[in-house]
Design a protein around this ligand. Structure first.
Ligand SMILES: Cc1cc2nc3c(=O)[nH]c(=O)nc-3n(C[C@H](O)[C@H](O)[C@H](O)COP(=O)(O)O)c2cc1C
Length: 351
């Protein structure tokens, strides 16, 4: 799996297409409208009317071409920089489109300023005497408006954390030289994120021990503790488990931790004790890993017989979950969660 932070993707192609549309319409406007009377699209309401604008969007800051170009370049750099931090999940497609629109708008007008010394505006709403504008202005304005709406709806809560979250390296620098501070459980819960890119740096034995200790102390049904925690560091076996997962990043981590249980018992509630016991132990361990600064990613998608063969797991054990574990080589933004009111049921479903 390729988790490199990229900014050249399908949305970049969209941005390029928008820039092309902007430039083509400007050339058309110059060729057909310059020196001519306005072309009435909807008489008295909307017309095409040529203007060479040396200011910013909608004619503001007239005459400051150099300063405006510099500001635009800085803004475009910020857009590219933050674009790379947008989580690569379908939920964030809208945000990518918004970034592509704002980027295209900025580039469209920057091209004009650099190559023409002015921006071509040709769209004009007559009744409100609104300044003339162009497609690039529209992309920026619609993008900015969509951003505000999306921030208040789709990405409310912590959905925009990717814009300002502190990078792991910076966090390490901030902590450098300070007394090691213990995380609260809630801090560990918030720090844990699925990590899909790892450094090859080995895990210190005492850290690994702490992680396993958290699993050992986990509760289990009837306190049966029928689990086994497999720590796989051997490169060959890690490669075999990685192949069984079909997820290349699993093999990047120096350790793969697998939890299996030998308990076949169904509890009175109808749930298998083994899956639940193992899941609790794994949860405790990935939280402790977060406290230790280690990354994990719960893996449920694996070929069970292949993992069993790779790790020689006896038939009586069920393999419940595994995770790569190691120092993160990425710091993804927190993934979105449903709002509490969507998941909380007070008293009973009937209420
Ligand atoms: C039971 C379970 C199975 C999962 N299986 C996989 C998996 O096979 N591959 C993967 O990349 N992530 C897997 N995940 C990780 C989820 O995709 C991830 O937890 C979820 O998107 C929320 O992101 P977060 O962990 O960063 O908060 C699994 C998570 C759980 C709890």
């Amino acid at each position: 799996m390729n988790n490199k932070k990229r900014w050249i993707d399908g949305y970049f192609v969209l941005a390029v297409l928008l820039v092309v549309c902007d430039q083509v319409t400007k050339v058309l406007a110059k060729n057909t409208l310059e020196g001519q009377d306005a072309f009435q699209v909807i008489p008295g309401i909307f017309e095409f009317s040529y203007l060479e604008n040396t200011g910013a969007a909608f004619g503001s800051f007239s005459g400051n071409i150099l300063a405006l170009s510099a500001v635009t370049v800085l803004l475009l750099a910020a857009v590219i920089w933050k674009y790379r931090d947008i989580p690569r999940e379908p939920h964030y497609r809208v945000m990518r489109i918004i970034f592509a629109m704002v980027f295209a708008g900025g580039v469209g007008n920057l091209i004009d300023r650099i190559f023409r010394g002015y921006v071509i505006d040709f769209l004009y709403f007559v009744p409100i005497n609104f300044p003339k504008f162009n497609l690039a202005d529209t992309f920026i304005t619609v993008g900015a408006a969509a951003f505000i709406v999306a921030a208040l709806t789709l990405y409310r809560g912590n959905g925009l954390d990717f814009l300002w979250h502190v990078k792991q390296g910076q966090k390490d620098q901030q902590n450098h030289g300070q007394e090691e501070q213990k995380m609260t459980v809630m801090e560990a819960i918030k720090a844990r994120k699925s990590i899909r890119k790892y450094e090859s740096k080995p895990i210190e034995p005492e850290k690994l021990e702490q992680v396993l200790e958290a699993g050992r102390l986990a509760p289990s049904a009837r306190n049966e503790q029928t689990w086994k925690f497999l720590v796989t560091e051997n490169a060959e076996q890690r490669a075999a488990v990685t192949a069984a997962c079909g997820q290349a990043f699993v093999g990047e981590a120096p350790v793969i931790l697998t939890v299996c249980t030998a308990n076949q018992r169904m509890m009175r509630c109808g749930q298998p004790a083994c899956t639940i016991d193992a899941s609790i132990a794994m949860s405790f361990m990935i939280l402790e890993a977060a406290e230790q600064g280690l990354g994990t990613c719960w893996i449920g998608s694996f070929d069970e017989p292949q993992v069993r063969a790779a790790l020689r797991i006896p038939e009586e054990y069920q393999i419940v979950a595994l995770t790569p574990m190691g120092y993160p080589a990425e710091d993804p933004a927190p993934r979105p969660r449903k709002e509490m009111q969507e998941i909380l049921v007070k008293d009973s479903f009937a209420e």
